[in-house]
Design a protein. Structure first.
Length: 476
């Protein structure tokens, strides 16, 4: 059973070797706190995750499992928040709550990043908590959670926009109604609206000092970036990408080239069916809900914005400026989509005497679970981590005090340093120019002296690593 869990389920990601971004997380987190703050301001993420990871490592150690456990804990907290949303906000039955939690436990996007030592699961938890606080009118909890989300990931600002938008539209409608129905503007009502808007203004004010500091020290002259610009037709695949975290580059594992194939299209069609079919067949109920201004409709609106506004905005920005349309950058929208899908499926089970709706809901649910399981099996293959620890250990056993390990690719630098452990100071980048290194490779923690072009003098030797092979050389 243990062997099955760690080879045929997402737990396989828990024990695999780190990949370079996770190694970067570790190397940054072991810096002193003041250095973490200054380095993250020069990098591409705020400091909160790395500060928490710093103390986490000091307590639980630096193994792959220990480092990744922080994200797993955040996933567990996310599941708990989803449970209380289902119970206290949506008032779902036991069946509905269990169904919703199952959809979260099997979701390919969330279960993959639950085992990755990066910021993504932490920001997802904080944003889910912010929605619970917003819907339950817990203002202090909302300010706390969305502020921490901003200090975890810059793109959390997109969720703040999604949360402000409904209130902004309602405020404008009320303002113009007052304006045209009266000769005078209701000053008291305006002040009241401003006061209610403070729940959104306060997190921005709390985050502003960090933005000022970041703009003061960050080098914006480095415009290099690695994400490719998506083709325009990818816009239609947003539900699929948001549900699975599929990245076009991994298409090589499926069909020898980037893009989509039959399986992806089938899953995409299923997701669109779940999003639209319940609304079509329950159109009369929907009209009655709109007329009665039922609170459930506001939840659907918020979930739609939560799920689709961030990826849609990033997609549009990717077409006109730096491409930031990458699934992991909008992982915090995945819970919004899963909640929306779950509620729409459950809406078909409301009338237990309507066997047609029950049958349709059952078919959609079973098909979604089956296809999700198929995708998860594929995920175990195409998202497996590179096995590098045995190679580095082999090199370490041959190294003496004056020897070095040179990496030909700067992408291997952080990863090799992590597995070199107490010998990480002997790792260098070979035959590169420091000023030409792109910032996205974690340059903020690469010292200039670690980029070299000369070999040590014999009897000292150097191990030159080229991905999964190495050679031993020295200068005479």
């Amino acid at each position: 059973m243990i062997a099955y869990l760690y080879t045929k389920t997402p737990l396989i990601f828990f024990t695999q070797n780190l990949w370079r971004d996770e190694a970067f997380s570790y190397l940054l987190a072991i810096e002193p706190i003041n250095r973490i703050i200054s380095l993250t301001a020069k990098d591409f993420n705020p400091p909160l995750y790395y500060i928490v990871l710093h103390y986490w490592i000091s307590i639980f150690g630096s193994s792959e499992i220990a480092i990744r456990s922080l994200s797993l804990i955040m996933f567990g907290l996310l599941i708990y928040v989803i449970y209380i949303i289902c119970d206290e906000i949506f008032h779902l039955s036991i069946f509905g709550t269990i169904l919703m939690l199952i959809l979260f436990f099997i979701n390919p996007f969330l279960t993959y990043y639950a085992f990755e030592a990066r910021t993504y699961m932490m920001v997802t938890f904080f944003i889910a908590l912010s929605y619970y606080a917003l819907w339950s009118n817990r203002k202090k909890l909302y300010i706390f959670s969305i502020t921490l989300a901003l200090y975890t990931h810059y793109l959390a600002i997109l969720i703040l926009i999604a949360q402000i938008l409904p209130s902004l539209i309602n405020w404008k409608l009320k303002f113009f109604q007052k304006k045209f129905s009266s000769r005078y503007i209701d000053v008291y009502a305006m002040l009241s609206s401003i006061k209610s808007a403070s729940i959104f203004i306060t997190p921005v004010v709390l985050f502003f000092p960090w933005l000022v500091y970041m703009f003061m020290v960050h080098d914006f002259s480095d415009s290099s970036f690695w994400i490719i610009r998506p083709p325009s037709f990818d816009l239609w695949y947003i539900p699929f990408v948001l549900y699975t975290a599929y990245e076009r580059v991994f298409g090589e594992y499926y069909h020898g080239g980037p893009g989509y194939f039959v399986y992806h299209t089938r899953l995409l069609i299923l997701l669109y069916a779940i999003l639209f079919l319940p609304l079509i067949i329950k159109f009369q109920t929907l009209k009655r809900t709109i007329r009665q201004r039922h609170h459930r409709l506001a939840y659907y609106r918020d979930l739609l914005l939560w799920a689709f506004l961030p990826p849609a905005l990033l997609f549009i920005l990717a077409l006109i400026t730096n491409p930031l349309y990458l699934p992991r950058y909008f992982i915090f929208s995945a819970p919004g989509l899963v909640l929306l899908l779950g509620l729409l499926i459950l809406s078909l089970f409301q009338n237990k005497s309507d066997w047609i709706h029950l049958l349709m809901g059952g078919i959609l649910l079973v098909t979604l679970v089956t296809m999700t399981h198929e995708f998860n099996l594929l995920n175990l293959k195409y998202r497996s981590k590179r096995l590098i620890a045995p190679l580095i250990n082999e090199i370490k056993t041959q190294m003496n005090e004056g020897d070095y390990l040179y990496v030909r690719s700067e992408l291997d630098y952080h990863l090799v340093k992590y597995y070199m452990g107490d010998k990480m100071a002997q790792v260098k980048i070979y035959q590169k120019v420091y000023d030409q290194l792109p910032g996205f490779v974690g340059k903020v923690i690469i010292p200039r002296e670690d980029v070299v072009s000369s070999l040590p003098i014999f009897p000292n030797k150097v191990f030159i690593l080229s991905y999964n092979s190495y050679e031993i050389v020295s200068a005479y």
